[in-house]
Write a new protein. Structure first.
Ligand SMILES: Nc1ncnc2c1ncn2[C@@H]1O[C@H](COP(=O)(O)OP(=O)(O)O)[C@@H](O)[C@H]1O
Ligand SMILES: [Mg+2]
Lengths: 117, 140
């Protein structure tokens, strides 16, 4: 699945890096707790979150997260857009809620990472 | 590249939105040096969690990162309140973070365990009312 596919599946609006939506996504992670993302997210994963502050972008930067999806139509502010653009991270806003957004991606074949022991 | 490279950052606790700037800069520099990506990932995660801790639990502090042929060493020194019980602080899920920090996405009590997991060596020196110094090493 590519970021472009995700935009289509989630009725999403791309907000940054609009020329870079062909990237491949392997797994997904849905969380509002950045500490959990930092502890459990896998490589080449997309992050779905209802949290909207600059540390979400920082977390994605540190974890090499491929793309961030803001659920419930959350709109990142100017500083977040800038930070994401600087780091080449596509941001997408979707009107769907967390559960539905995760469900839609799952239904279309995307999976979470394997559980650690 | 010189044998040893040292990077020093002042971390301020005045603006939570700026936490992570040191980790971000270190990550960029390691990439430029051609350090393997799995090493960069571990350093980034460990340093970022450490930086966040300095901001939310202390009053900011100083981060020193040393890059040699053998290892990347990170020293995070703060003049915060200190940690009364290190064993307890190291437990997954233990956190004294207030609700406002949790609302920002941190304070799940996963930081210190995750820092340990991502480094080859981690040492905490702490004194109540004086401060805490966390030293982490990731081998190359
Ligand atoms: N630099 C520090 N200064 C003082 N206390 C700290 C520091 N770092 C961690 N702690 C203490 O250890 C606890 C656990 O830290 P951590 O595992 O990172 O979880 P969290 O930051 O989510 O609370 C913190 O809640 C805090 O009480
Ligand atoms: Mg922490």
């Amino acid at each position: 699945m590519t970021v472009e596919d995700i935009v289509r599946i989630l009725d999403g609006t791309p907000l940054t890096c609009k020329d870079n939506l062909g990237i491949e996504v392997r797994t997904a992670c849905g969380s509002d707790m950045m500490s959990d993302v930092l502890a459990f997210a896998k490589t080449q994963c997309v992050l779905l979150t209802g949290l909207c502050n600059p540390q979400v972008i920082r977390t994605a930067e540190m974890m090499d997260i491929v793309c961030i999806i803001f659920v419930r139509g959350k709109q990142p502010d100017e500083s977040m857009l800038e930070l994401a653009e600087e780091n080449g991270i596509p941001l997408i806003s979707t009107p769907h809620r967390m559960f539905s957004a995760c469900g839609l991606l799952y239904e279309n074949g995307l999976r979470g990472g394997k559980m650690d022991a | 590249m010189p044998d040893v490279m040292e990077l020093v950052y002042e971390v301020s606790n005045e603006d939570f939105t700026r936490a992570g700037e040191a980790s971000s800069d270190v990550k960029r520099k390691l990439k430029k040096l051609g350090i393997p990506s799995d090493v960069i990932r571990r350093v980034s995660i460990a340093l970022y969690e450490g930086e966040i801790n300095m901001v939310i639990h202390a009053y900011g502090g100083k981060v020193t990162v040393t890059i040699s042929e053998e290892a990347i060493t990170m020293v995070l020194a703060d003049k915060g309140p200190g940690i009364p019980d290190i064993d307890k602080a190291m437990e997954a899920g233990y956190s004294t973070a207030p609700d406002n920090v949790r609302n920002l996405g941190f304070g799940a009590g996963m930081g210190l365990p995750n820092m340990k997991k991502n480094s080859d060596e981690m040492n905490i020196e702490t004194q109540i009312g004086v401060g805490t110094t966390v030293t982490m090493t990731v081998k190359l």
